[in-house]
Design a protein around this ligand. Structure first.
Ligand code: SF4
Length: 230
């Protein structure tokens, strides 16, 4: 059950329909306010630092009304796993017969573990922000170990997931991407590694210069890891 005494409005906004955010599925997106990181290149400063505007009940009413038009719901943000009502929320969404994807920075492995154990999520997009050396600088947090724990949890689960990195050339160059691929190899990850090149037109949390496009990232693929530039 959702907490009865809750007064907070955790949802910043709802995107009613997307074909792009949940691979192969039609979905809506719930944008959760707040985050435990402050990534310099973050595209969503208002969501990260602003207050939510919608109660969970309002979001659920919306999802219920669209349940026959959608395949799934994307829980994004901000960082959706920070919200204590995430577990009951996902349980209710599941009763609508919808799939659930979460976008996460991986900083709260205990919540991810709960979602996995209770079989409440169908797909996870996990941000691999950086290697430990630059993690604090890029994310304004010291949460690499938590990210790594989440990655290992997902690797040990049956839930489909992707690992992805946003690259701004001032922060991560091609050689660094190569080192990040090596890290993934070393930890035993097998699969696709998505690189998302920074979009220069976006408003960001940090003051960022223009990012140059990193070239020929696909050639950094290994027998176990396919590097995909998207
Ligand atoms: S990019 Fe960073 S600051 Fe922005 S929502 Fe994601 S984890 Fe939070």
């Amino acid at each position: 059950m959702l907490k009865k005494d809750r007064v907070a409005r955790p949802i910043f906004n709802i995107t009613p329909f997307t074909l792009l955010d949940y691979p192969g599925h039609t979905a809506c997106i719930l944008w959760f306010a707040g985050c435990n990181m402050r990534c310099l290149y973050c595209y969503n400063p208002q969501i990260v630092t602003g207050k939510g505007k919608l109660y969970l009940e309002q979001a659920l009413d919306f999802i219920y009304s669209r349940r026959t038009l959608l395949d799934g719901v994307v829980l994004s943000g901000g960082e959706c796993t920070l919200h204590s009502d995430l577990i009951p929320l996902t349980k209710i969404i599941k009763t609508f017969g919808l799939k659930i994807k979460i976008d996460t920075n991986g900083a709260l492995p205990s919540r991810i573990n709960e979602l996995l154990e209770e079989k409440l999520i169908d797909y996870v997009a996990l941000d691999f922000k950086s290697l430990p050396k630059n993690f604090q600088h890029i994310t304004g947090s010291n949460l690499f170990e938590q990210f790594e724990t989440t990655l290992l949890l997902l690797m040990g689960s049956n839930v489909e997931f992707e690992v992805r990195t946003t690259v701004h050339s001032e922060l991560i160059d091609r050689e660094e991407v190569k080192r990040m691929v090596s890290y993934l190899e070393k930890i035993g990850y097998k699969g696709v590694y998505y690189i998302q090149q920074f979009r220069n037109d976006a408003e960001t949390i940090g003051k960022m210069g223009s990012s140059s496009t990193l070239q020929d990232l696909r050639s950094l693929s290994t027998p176990n890891i396919e590097v995909v530039d998207r």
